[in-house]
Design a protein around this ligand. Structure first.
Ligand code: UD1
Ligand code: PEP
Length: 436
């Protein structure tokens, strides 16, 4: 079993580069299905297990796709005979596979995709996606764990989302590109990844207006063609390194980080005493000797991102005073904190809010990641713990972070990823030898 072993106590100092954004590349790979003419080249694609999964989904429906990890480039040729069925195997690995539904329905008038279940952070239904497709004229059938949508023709419609769901906004935007007439999506998600998808679709020939605002208008077109597109930098990976620098009294430069995409996080970290400055093509982050407490509430963009919640709670736990974290996007996203009890964290969950009693002195322990941001949070906690922290379930980490250990090591952290057999845990002498 693979484990990340961290010995706490080091300041992070140096430069790290942000990869392309996981949450931008996944819907954009799905959108390549729409190009019935020409090839697509995607640049700045991160080497993540989720990217392999979405590539496999496309391969499985008869699309040629090639990932060059050396150059971070994906080449897609979707001009062949694309199939409309996506098996459970891929959707079960990654819920985001559901975003192939909009492009398949738009291009083929039919899509059959395995229903994604819930996951460690919440129930995560897809009712808003399906209601939107129905409003555009599709009939939806749910049978044997699959959702099937059929529409001889899709028509422009006015659709109000009850909640600004990221996935529903993306799926409906892509579903609407070939619809007859104009589709107006209201109360949509405004995340930078939505804007990147709209930019990509428009460069292919789509007419998507207003991405990044509460209303998106899509005028149907006849044809989209393959293009070259570069994926935006990952604001969540960037934010994760910001928090790592903040808690370690570090001084790091994050290359390619975009301040505009991380406004709510930057504002909160500044409140806690962290210095964050734009410098050339990135951000310099300097953590104080002692962080100050602050209250945070997750919200859809431009609110504080739920994908930074777990990492932020670690900073709150080591700051001076009591902080609160309120999670409003997912109903079950405090699982990392239960693991943190094993590291001596002091907190109390009251419904959607957790009271985080600061000044914690974390103690190294063996902890298991429950989702990808929990994995990052537990590793960050390890950076400021006494002794050794072992984090297991690294498959979650690999969904969203490329070479996380190597990047932290380059910044001065004592961290090793090892394959420790189930039968034998390393002794403290063996652990010490790892970092000698
Ligand atoms: C691959 C990707 O981009 N994943 C991101 C995306 O996930 P995802 O697109 O799944 O998240 P959504 O914005 O759709 O979900 C937000 C909330 O809306 C609810 N909901 C959503 C759809 C629906 O039809 N009905 C419904 O009730 C969900 O259960 C959840 O409570 O946005 C989340 C919220 O910023 C992020 O945490 C994820 O990292
Ligand atoms: C929750 C996340 O991703 P996904 O929607 O792919 O599960 C995340 O990136 O933190």
């Amino acid at each position: 079993m693979e484990k990340m072993i961290v010995r706490g106590g080091n300041r992070l100092v140096g430069t790290v580069r942000a990869e392309g954004a996981k949450n931008a590349v996944l819907p954009i790979v799905a959108a390549t299905i729409l190009a019935s003419k020409g090839k697509t080249t995607l640049k700045n694609v991160p080497v993540l297990s989720d990217v392999y999964t979405i590539n496999n989904v496309l391969r499985n429906i008869n699309i040629d796709i090639d990932f060059n990890e050396e150059t971070n480039t994906v080449e897609v040729d979707a001009t062949g005979n694309v199939s409309w069925e996506t098996p459970f195997e891929y959707v079960s690995k990654m819920r985001a596979s559901i975003v192939v539904m909009g492009p398949l329905l738009a291009r083929l008038g039919r899509a059959r995709v395995a229903l994604p279940g819930g996951c460690a952070i919440g129930t995560r239904p897809i009712d808003l996606h399906l209601k939107g497709f129905e409003a555009m004229g599709a009939s939806i059938k749910i049978e044997n764990g699959y959702v099937e949508a059929v529409a001889e023709k899709l028509y422009g419609a006015r659709i109000y989302l009850d909640f600004p769901s990221v996935g529903a906004t993306q799926n409906l935007m892509m579903g609407a590109v070939y619809a007859e007439g104009t589709t107006v999506l209201e109360n949509v998600a405004r995340e930078p990844e939505i804007v990147d998808l709209a930019r990509f679709l428009n460069s292919m020939g789509a007419k998507v207006h207003g991405a990044g605002t509460e209303t998106i208008r899509i005028e149907g077109v006849e044809e989209l063609v393959g293009v070259t597109h570069s994926i935006i930098p990952d604001r969540i990976e960037t934010g994760t390194f910001m928090v790592a620098a903040a808690v370690t009294n570090g001084n790091i430069f994050i290359e390619d980080a975009i301040a505009e995409h991380n406004k709510p996080l930057i504002s909160k970290l500044k409140e806690m005493g962290v210095s964050i400055e734009e410098e050339g093509d990135g951000l310099r982050v300097v953590g104080p000797k002692q962080l100050r407490a602050t209250d945070v509430k997750t919200m859809p963009h431009p609110g504080f991102p739920t994908d930074m919640q777990a990492q932020m709670t670690i900073a709150q736990l080591v700051s001076q005073g009591t902080s609160t974290m309120t999670e409003t996007v997912f109903e079950n996203r405090f699982m990392h904190l239960e693991e943190m009890r094993r590291m001596n964290a002091n907190f109390k969950v009251e419904g959607q809010t957790v009271l985080l009693y600061g000044n914690s002195s974390f103690q190294g322990a063996e902890v298991a990641a429950t989702d990808l941001r929990a994995a990052a949070a537990l590793i960050i906690a390890g950076l400021v713990s006494s002794g050794y922290t072992r984090v297991t379930n690294l498959k979650h980490l690999d969904r969203g972070y490329y070479n996380f250990d190597k990047k932290l090591r380059n910044l001065g952290a004592d961290i090793e990823r090892i394959d420790e057999s189930n039968e034998k845990a390393l002794s403290s002498q063996e652990l010490a030898a790892l970092f000698a």
